[in-house]
Structure formats: C-alpha cells, structure tokens
Design a protein around this ligand. Structure first.
Ligand SMILES: C[S@@+](CC[C@H](N)C(=O)[O-])C[C@H]1O[C@@H](n2cnc3c(N)ncnc32)[C@H](O)[C@@H]1O
Length: 213
C-alpha cells in the first residue's frame, strides 16, 4: 500500500531528519523517556519518522508505527532491525487510521502534530483506537501563550514550513487535545532552547480515556 505522500521534499526530509535534529536531540531525549519510556502493552506511534523513540521503549511493549512517508518507513525499518526490535509499520495518516476501535493500550506522538493536516482529527482518532483506560502520550512544540512570541511564530511560519516541508510553529495543540473528548488531560508547558536566542514552547503530557467510556 502506498500513501501518495512522496516526492523530493519528503525524500530529503527523511534523508536529513536525523542529521538536522542532531543539534537538539540531546535536549529532546528526556521527553522521549517521559512518553515512549512509560508506555506498556500494545503501543501505536503515529508519525514514527526514522524511529527516534525506539531506544526508549520498554523491551516488552508490542510496537506498531503509522507513517505516511515511504522514505521514513525504510529508515525506521532499518533502525528497528539494527536495534533488534520487532515492529509493525503501517503506511497511513493519523487523520484516518486503519485500526479498529479500542486496539491499543497506548498511543504516542512526538513532534508530529506540528506536521499533520488536521490536528483535531488525529487526536480524536488517537482516542478512538485506545482501549478504555488507555493513554495518549504526547510531546509536541506549540504556539506561545505570549502575544509577541506568538506573533513572531505566525510571521516565521511560512518560511519555516517551506524549509521543513510541512512543520508548523503556530499551532494550539494543547487546545486540540483538550477538545478531543479525553476524560483527563494532564500536561506541562515549557520552553526548549533550539539554539541561542531561539526558544520554542513545548508541551509534554498524557490524555486518558476512561475505563467506562
Ligand atoms: C518531525 S517528524 C517526527 C518523527 C518522530 N516522531 C520523532 O519524534 O522524531 C514528523 C513525522 O510525522 C509524519 N507525518 C506527517 N504527516 C502525518 C500524518 N498526517 N499522519 C501521520 N504521520 C504524519 C512525517 O512523515 C514524519 O515522519
């Protein structure tokens, strides 16, 4: 199955992603541990990319990745093989996932909701495919709550989006998660330095689907 999510931009993004990220990856690792690192049971990672979270998953989780970019899929499979992790990789988009209701114990996104077409649809889908009592864990960069900083993000978004082939700086991702119907949403916001003097607001947290729902 192909997703049609291809082309030179997607190929270059997959080729350069780990290299371009290397400068900030050290600062991101604590949040990979705080999300991927606390998963259990059957786990779905939406937008798995090159598999940057692979080293942080507990050994005994059953991993499924959903990823639309075929060049990312190849890198993800190669990294999983090298790390001796058995994974299932499904081509597709988070807005409409090819999984039954209540399939997973945990669903994860890290640095993905900035890129999807419809954040609200993805998080509603994340809730749908969770078992009752399941957890949606997220680590994302978001729009600032400060007026001037958010204006700067809005201004910088078009060139940023172009050079990153689709990443957006100005999204209210926490708001979309809060509106997705989860029974409990718990997160904290903080600024992550991506090189002096630029700091980007981030959120890390968990949204839970009630056992009774
Ligand atoms: C910035 S990368 C993050 C990769 C990885 N999660 C990480 O933490 O390094 C975003 C990933 O989301 C994928 N993506 C983009 N749009 C998507 C969508 N609508 N549904 C699922 N994944 C998507 C991209 O192909 C890419 O692999």
């Amino acid at each position: 199955m192909t997703t049609g999510y291809d082309g030179l931009g997607k190929r270059l993004f997959a080729t350069w992603y780990d290299i371009l990220n290397a400068g900030v990856e050290g600062r991101v690792i604590p949040f990979r541990r705080e999300t991927a690192g606390v998963t259990s049971g059957s786990v779905l990672e939406i937008g798995g990319g090159t598999g940057a979270n692979l080293p942080y998953y507990p050994d005994d989780v059953r991993l499924t990745f959903l990823e639309p970019n075929p060049h990312m899929v190849r890198k993800l499979q190669g990294n999983a093989d090298r790390q001796g992790r058995e994974v299932m990789i499904v081509p597709g988009f988070g807005e409409s996932m090819p999984f039954d209701d209540g399939t997973f114990d945990c669903v994860l996104t890290t640095l993905v909701l900035c890129m999807v077409t419809d954040v609200g649809a993805v998080v509603r889908e994340a809730r749908r495919v969770l078992k009752p009592g399941g957890r949606f864990l997220f680590y994302e960069h978001v729009v600032s709550s400060h007026r001037w900083a958010s204006r700067w993000q809005t201004w910088a978004n078009p060139p940023w989006r172009f050079f990153t082939t689709g990443c957006n700086l100005d999204r209210d991702i926490a708001g979309d998660i809060e509106r997705a119907g989860f029974e409990n949403v718990d997160y904290r916001q903080f600024s992550l330095s991506v090189g002096v003097p630029i700091k980007i607001p981030n959120i890390v947290g968990v949204a839970t689907r009630d056992k009774a729902s």
